[in-house]
Design a protein around this ligand. Structure first.
Ligand SMILES: Cc1ncc(COP(=O)(O)O)c(C=O)c1O
Length: 449
């Protein structure tokens, strides 16, 4: 729909958006009857797929019983049950859950919990957060400040709090020019250098996306990376916040992606897949070593939102987790992930524009380059990732555009992360449409280079 035909303030005011009217499984239909395969689950959101009636039924039933009560006055059953379910699915040690409405809001609250934890523990000089370049944590001002996506944050720079960033954990573009495994995992060790330089007495938390999504197309750190991060955080009494907004709730074949590294963060942020997009829902998993500071001092959390633990959204989250379990969708990722990976690697083997295929489970990223050998990115003015996305939409394929993955400004890619219910035939459709999309885009942009 064109700008002049509606009143919404959409992100891209030039773009002629189709109007979606129905979804079923991995498929979405627009108003004109065109069918799209949702190959990015709307950026890792719709894990259980579209149109699952029992989620709507659970929400309607809760809305009919009671849609809202203020969280400062009441608890409600669906949020109590959702918290219990989350604790049962999370790794050992987490003992509390805060329920919120979106990823950015949850990221902000994780910082507040970290700050208050340190104050309650007698370390009141600790307030700063360290993060990573080419990471993304949301679009509120604090999330922008910790975000490492230069293009998204630069216009707001005068309004952002100061946050030290460390280099990305990306082997394809190692900031030190090293090659794994002979790299001494310097990208993780940089955290210690930055902490010492900035003053450990000020550093409250380190935040990182376990596998980087929107800002870097599924950058998946090496096995040694997070154990080193854990050690550094312990050494300097820093809380480690794992942003699992994209990777949590089964996307990589485990409930949390961080379980692949065998270490446990202090706080985990979940959103997107938690309600599979059926309602705006996010959560913070709080490790008992953090919660203990609140319990022992009997301190209330200083914060809160109107829609904390909202009954209808909590009922959506609970129904989604039950659905995931009933259909063994997290276990299924172990078989489906390699199928998708092999398909993408076959496209890569034929396509000169793909520089890297990376990821884990059902979260894969492609990075596009001008030259496979030199890894030279395309000129950012070209907005290549959006060309690829629009071409894919023409062909009835929805993929997520990634830009800035080389250095925060240049570097284009795409995220391929379909709903967890995807089957082999549908994976084949993704691979075939993607191959056509990329080769046609390459031929079309040839004239612009
Ligand atoms: C890793 C990560 N963290 C946080 C957010 C922010 O979530 P929301 O858009 O729900 O505020 C996003 C959104 O894409 C994300 O990918």
């Amino acid at each position: 729909m064109r700008l002049e035909d509606h009143y919404l303030f959409q992100r891209d005011i030039e773009h002629d958006y189709p109007v979606a009217v129905r979804g079923e499984g991995v498929w979405v239909w627009d108003k004109d009857g065109k069918k799209y395969l949702d190959a990015c689950a709307g950026a890792n959101v719709t894990g259980i797929g579209h149109g699952v009636k029992e989620i709507g039924t659970a929400m309607a039933s809760q809305a009919n019983d009671i849609a809202y009560v203020p969280p400062q006055h009441f608890l409600v059953e669906p949020s109590l049950k959702l918290a219990e379910k989350l604790i049962s699915m999370a790794p050992d040690g987490f003992s509390r859950v805060m329920l919120l409405s979106g990823g950015s809001e949850a990221v902000e609250n994780a910082f507040k919990i970290a700050r208050q934890y340190h104050v309650l523990s007698g370390n009141s000089s600790k307030y700063r957060v360290v993060s990573r370049w080419q990471g993304f944590h949301g679009n509120t001002l604090t999330a922008d400040a910790v975000g490492g996506h230069t293009m998204r944050r630069s216009i707001y720079t005068p309004m952002l709090m100061s946050v030290p960033h460390i280099v990305p954990a990306c082997c394809y573009r190692c900031a030190f020019g090293f090659r794994y495994p002979g790299c001494n995992i310097e990208c993780a060790k940089e955290l210690e250098r930055v902490v010492i330089q900035e003053g450990p007495e000020y550093i409250a938390a380190f935040i990182a996306e376990t596998i980087v999504g929107a800002a870097a197309a599924a950058v998946n750190p090496v096995p040694e990376y997070y154990p080193i991060i854990r050690e550094i955080c312990d050494k300097y009494s820093i809380l480690w916040i794992a942003d699992e907004v994209m990777t949590g709730v089964g996307r990589t074949g485990k409930f949390l992606a961080i379980e692949h590294w065998g270490v446990t963060p202090d706080l985990v942020v979940l959103a997107k897949g938690l309600s599979s997009g059926y309602a705006p829902l996010a959560a913070i998993l709080i490790h008992d070593r953090v919660f203990r500071a609140f319990r022992e001092t009997k301190s209330p959390f200083i914060g809160g939102h109107t829609y904390n633990a909202h009954p209808v959204t909590a009922s959506a989250g609970l129904a989604v987790l039950n659905y995931l379990e009933k259909h063994r969708l997290i276990e299924g990722v172990k078989e489906k992930g390699p199928l998708l990976r092999r398909g993408l690697e076959s496209v890569d083997s034929k396509e000169p524009m793909i520089g890297d295929v990376r990821g884990r489970g059902l979260m894969w990223g492609l990075e596009f380059v001008k030259d496979k050998k030199t890894k030279e990115p395309f000129n950012q003015e070209l907005k290549l990732s959006f060309h690829v996305m629009h071409k894919a939409m023409e062909k009835g394929l929805i993929i997520y555009p990634v830009s800035g993955c080389a250095d925060g400004r240049s570097g284009d890619g795409a995220l391929i992360c379909p709903p967890l219910i995807i089957n082999k035939e549908e994976i084949d459709v993704i691979v075939q449409k993607l191959e056509e999309t990329i080769s046609e885009t390459r031929r079309e942009i040839g004239g612009l280079l």
